[in-house]
Design a protein around this ligand. Structure first.
Ligand code: TXA
Ligand code: MG
Length: 326
């Protein structure tokens, strides 16, 4: 039975001991909570796949506490070094050629490994105390909403884990940007709150060159990042993106939940729950999964999500909402 513990020094040592003995620990990062195991211990990593119900062809991100740790598990190239200097610790995962020390189960048999250094004191303290890199997907059952609070982890993985270190709500709220640096031109495999513009500025390339051409690259995308299947990050309740959520709510008799950035004065009777988020991508992202967890619990037939701007700073949010509605 999962137990939520405070992030004090004694509990971090205790959790590090669990990691060293091949157990699972859920811990906070700046993006979402991770479900961690010793990345160099294949039996421990197998427990992650089991607890999540995750397909074995979906590789894991390895979390490190320094660029030196990254160099011990992957071949860093010049572009990686530039991006590490600019964005680590932070929500940018880079995919590089792996070194043989990384077990195949982590990389789903591939010759690349995804690595990031999280910007969270508890995550960094845990990795340092465990003295090993930590493989960690988001700490939720496969294809469900990612957890941004310890209570979300408990709700999703209750009997499947021992310890959840509670670091409070996560600051970024969406999973890291995943950037492939292992083959030819850099390509964003999963958009995140570090944007194409920011990465392009550091690498001195055109932002558009980082964005995958969906039709052209559909097949290669499947191979490169098997985890990027369309339905993902989804609540149980049906989610629909609409141009005007309040208007759409009035057009149906069914009970609905509404997520929007526009307040409304006379709430239609069939709206059994609604949340108004700030019209700002960082604030919206930080609250999104928590709000979707709440609206998912309210018993509505459908969650109506008001459409969001189509600018680059909203891209990661659009990606998650689109997957949740698939
Ligand atoms: O913010 C995050 O990245 C969170 C926190 C816990 O760090 N982690 C996370 O992990 O979102 P997960 O497993 O839910 O998503 C990892 C993504 C998947 O889409 C996976 O397919 C992709 O990264 N990935 C992992 N290793 C890869 C590799 N070697 N090549 C391509 N894609 C990879
Ligand atoms: Mg995930």
């Amino acid at each position: 039975m999962g137990k939520i513990v405070t992030p004090d020094a004694a509990n971090i040592q205790m959790a590090a001991g669990l990691i060293r003995t091949g157990k699972l620990v859920a811990f906070p990062t700046e993006t979402v909570y991770g479900l961690g195991a010793d990345a160099l211990n294949p039996e421990a990593v197998a427990r992650i796949f089991e607890a999540k119900g995750r397909p074995a062809n979906n590789p894991l991100i390895v979390h490190v506490a320094s660029a030196e740790d990254a160099a011990s598990i992957a071949e860093l190239n010049d572009q990686a070094q530039l991006l590490i200097d600019a964005f680590w610790p932070g929500p940018l995962t880079i995919v590089l050629k792996r070194k043989s020390i990384v077990p195949e189960i982590v990389t789903a048999g591939g010759d690349t490994v995804a690595i990031r250094m999280p910007n969270h004191p508890v995550a960094l303290a845990l990795i340092k105390a465990a003295e090993t890199p930590i493989a960690a997907p988001s700490a939720n059952r496969s294809e469900r909403l990612s957890p941004t609070r310890a209570s979300h982890v408990l709700h999703s993985l209750r009997d499947r884990i021992e310890i959840i270190i509670d670091g409070g709500p996560t600051a970024i709220g969406l999973e890291s940007t995943v950037l492939n640096l292992s083959a030819g031109n850099p390509v964003i495999l999963r958009p995140g709150m570090i944007t194409a513009d920011q990465i392009a500025g550091i690498l001195q390339v055109e932002p558009q060159s980082l964005i995958m051409n969906k039709s052209k690259d559909a097949d290669s995308k499947k191979l490169l990042s098997p985890g990027m299947m369309l339905r993902h990050y989804a609540p149980r309740t049906k989610l629909v993106i609409v141009a005007e959520a309040w208007d759409a709510a009035k057009e149906t008799d069914a009970s609905v939940a509404v997520l929007t950035t526009t307040p409304y004065t006379t709430i239609p009777e069939n709206v059994i729950a609604y949340r108004v988020l700030p019209n700002d991508p960082s604030a919206y992202a930080a609250a999104l999964y928590d709000v979707l967890h709440q609206l998912d619990e309210c018993g509505a037939a459908t969650i109506l999500v008001n459409d969001i701007p189509s600018t680059g700073d909203w891209l990661a949010i659009r990606d998650r909402l689109t997957r949740a509605s698939a």
